[in-house]
Ligand binder design. Structure first.
Ligand code: CA
Length: 230
C-alpha cells in the first residue's frame, strides 16, 4: 500500500481518481487547491503525488518549483492541456511522469505502478561502480560525489542505476527508456533527455563535458569510460 496525494480542483475528477486508487489498495489523501496541496507536501510524507497544473491560489508549476531538491515523492503531473511542451516543461521541472486528461483508470493505474516500481527497485547485485568522482552503490542505492551523498529522486536513481549496472558499455535510448520507464516508453526521447540533464547537473564536475554519463553518438549513453576489451 502506498500513500498517494491527489492535488486536483475538479471535485468530480478528484473523487473518481480517489476511488480508483483506493480500490487498488492505496491510502489516498486529497487537496482541492494548490495552497492546500503545498501544505500537505510540507507536512506529510507521500510516495506519489498526482498533481494538476491548473489550480486555484498556487498552480502546479509553482508547487513543482518549490519542491526542488527536497522532493522525495514521485510526481505524476495530470493536465488537461496535453501539449508536448507542457510535458517537457513538467519533466524539466522534476516531474516523474505526465498524464494528459482525460485518462482512463487502467492508464492511471499503470502510471502509478510504474512510478512505484522505480521507487521500490529490488537491490541489484551489491557492488559499487565508480566514474570520475561519482560512486554508485547498487546495493544500498547510495550515490556519492566527492564522498558526499547526492540525493536523487526514484526515477533519477533508476536511470543512473540502469547505466551503472552496465558500466563501460553503451545503453541505447530505447533500452534505457523501456528499462526505466516501461515497455510503452521506447520512443519518449524527451524523458531521457531531461533526466540525463538532471543527473548531469547533480553529478558531473562539468555538465558540459560529462565523464560520468557519456553521450555515445546518437545511439545512447554510457556510464564512465568504455570498458576495456579482453
Ligand atoms: Ca484544474
Amino acid at each position: 500500500m502506498s500513500r498517494i496525494l491527489i492535488v486536483e480542483d475538479d471535485p468530480a475528477l478528484r473523487s473518481s481518481v480517489r476511488s480508483v486508487l483506493e480500490r487498488s489498495g492505496h491510502e489516498v489523501h486529497t487537496a482541492g487547491d494548490g495552497a492546500a496541496g503545498a501544505r500537505e507536501l510540507e507536512q506529510n510524507h507521500y510516495d506519489v503525488v498526482l498533481l494538476d497544473i491548473g489550480l486555484p491560489f498556487v498552480d502546479g508549476w509553482e508547487i513543482l518549483e518549490s519542491q526542488g531538491d527536497k522532493r522525495i515523492p514521485s510526481v505524476v503531473v495530470i493536465s488537461a492541456r496535453g501539449e508536448e511542451r507542457d510535458k517537457v516543461r513538467a519533466l524539466d521541472m522534476g516531474a516523474d511522469d505526465y498524464l494528459a486528461k482525460p485518462f482512463g483508470a487502467d492508464e492511471l493505474l499503470a502510471r502509478i505502478r510504474a512510478v512505484l516500481r522505480r521507487a521500490q527497485q529490488p537491490p541489484a547485485h551489491a557492488r559499487t561502480v565508480t566514474a570520475g568522482t561519482v560512486t554508485v552503490d547498487l546495493g544500498s542505492q547510495a550515490v556519492m560525489k566527492n564522498g558526499v551523498e547526492v540525493r536523487l529522486s526514484p526515477t533519477e536513481y533508476g536511470l543512473l542505476a540502469a547505466l551503472a549496472e552496465h558500466a563501460g558499455r553503451l545503453m541505447d535510448h530505447r533500452t534505457l527508456l523501456r528499462t526505466v520507464w516501461g515497455p510503452g516508453y521506447g520512443d519518449e526521447r524527451n524523458y531521457l533527455r531531461t533526466f540525463i540533464q538532471r543527473l548531469r547537473t547533480k553529478l558531473e564536475a562539468d555538465p558540459k563535458n560529462p565523464e560520468v554519463i557519456v553521450t555515445v553518438g546518437a545511439r545512447g549513453y554510457r556510464f564512465g569510460p568504455p570498458a576495456a576489451e579482453h
